[in-house]
Design a protein around this ligand. Sequence first.
Ligand SMILES: Nc1ncnc2c1ncn2[C@@H]1O[C@H](COP(=O)(O)OP(=O)(O)O)[C@@H](O)[C@H]1O
Ligand SMILES: CC(C)(COP(=O)(O)O)[C@@H](O)C(=O)NCCC(=O)O
Ligand SMILES: [K+]
Length: 245
Amino acid sequence: MILLIDAGNTRVKWRLTAADAPRQAIEEGALAHDAIGSLASLRARYPALSRAVGCNVAGAAIAAHLDQTLAGIGIEWLRPGANCCGVRNHYEQPARLGADRWAALIGARQLHRQACLVVTAGTATTIDLLSADGEFLGGLILPGVDLMQHALAHGTAQLPLAEGRFTLQPRRTVDAIHSGCLLAQAGAVERMFRQIASQPQAKCLLGGGAADSFAGLLDIPLRRVDNLVLIGLGAIAAAGEIHPQ
Ligand SMILES: Nc1ncnc2c1ncn2[C@@H]1O[C@H](COP(=O)(O)OP(=O)(O)O)[C@@H](O)[C@H]1O
Ligand SMILES: CC(C)(COP(=O)(O)O)[C@@H](O)C(=O)NCCC(=O)O
Ligand SMILES: [K+]
């Protein structure tokens, strides 16, 4: 039994799987950073749990807390490399790519073996290009929806942090902010998708906590897939492409 862990800047997503069936969740969940300790109960409830494979982009303190919580098992942390599970990493410095982005690309490759735009709407939004041959060609990082709205509220005198409604012709401040932040996300996605739109069966795979806030604005071939990172980690673990520390 393997515990897959995706430690993002807002939430830690986790999935317990059988070693030979990484896509079937025995149990899964998402935790706020201050609830990481609750993962310790999995060891008592699942004595067969023998491995943990994770990626962390939330900093060393979160990694240390997870390592401490799962000390009896030992977490094998993913470090992006040049190649893994049929995906080639064209980042100038491959190891500098976010491990979540790397795992999500590998997860996407498991699900769609044509040209693909891998979009994760998390704390930040990432928009990554994967060729039909599994080449990671590069991608964007932009503030997530929430971060955009917080930036406006904190960076200006008059803009509130308040819920607005989406409209194409906003006539209220809160709607202007909400609509601007959502269209910024959708615009970046649709603009990047143009690079692969003409390729056969090109598709956008969209996941992440904020995905549903703008998925409906996207006028491109789309598949909503949450937890691409966990799917990728499962594939990496099953392929033996992550090496115990
Ligand atoms: N229902 C929602 N509508 C819009 N944004 C949401 C919603 N639920 C969560 N979010 C946002 O999603 C982000 C967290 O998503 P997640 O994929 O867990 O991020 P990360 O991987 O960065 O931890 C946060 O910015 C949060 O505000
Ligand atoms: C861009 C990210 C912050 C996204 O993380 P998240 O929003 O999922 O917490 C993360 O992938 C990261 O820290 N990347 C490292 C820099 C890079 O990918 O170039
Ligand atoms: K930072």
